[in-house]
Unconditional design. Structure first.
Length: 146
């Protein structure tokens, strides 16, 4: 039972709860950034380049559509079947969009961490007031010196 108690103590610490909340908020923020890049940035880039950024591809092999023909027995083709083959393409526009998403999220996280660190430095810089007993001891010392 020692391990279960240790795990419970670990799970109930504030840091783990903070991490869980940050994880959920980070996921939601990622969706907001993705919506921003796909809904605002990509169309603006599309206006400049002529097509939507996320739809830019480099086709390696064109796809083939499925086709089937059945004809009568009067000498015409009875059946002509062609299997469908998907297009093989490098989706570089989607990759660039994902990189833009990452850069935006990383920059915002940098700003958040920087703000938190600056607040911690301000807290550390503020000198703590001496304890009451220390003040009393100083007064006694000063009185004895006289």
């Amino acid at each position: 039972m020692g391990m279960m108690k240790e795990f419970k103590d670990f799970a109930m610490k504030g840091n783990l709860v903070d991490i869980a909340v940050a994880f959920v908020m980070g996921g939601a923020f990622g969706k907001v950034v993705t919506s921003f890049t796909e809904g605002l940035v990509a169309p603006l880039v599309g206006m400049l380049t002529g097509n939507d950024l996320s739809k830019n591809v480099f086709v390696l092999k064109k796809g083939i559509a499925a086709q089937t023909e059945i004809k009568d027995t009067a000498g015409n083709i009875v059946q002509n079947a062609v299997d469908a083959q998907a297009e093989v393409a490098l989706k570089w526009g989607a990759f660039i969009t994902a990189v833009v998403d990452f850069v935006i999220v990383a920059f915002v996280m940098f700003l958040v961490i920087k703000a938190i660190n600056s607040m911690k430095k301000k807290e550390e810089a503020a000198p703590a007031a001496p304890a009451e007993d220390v003040v009393l001891l100083r007064e006694i010392r000063d009185a004895l010196k006289k």
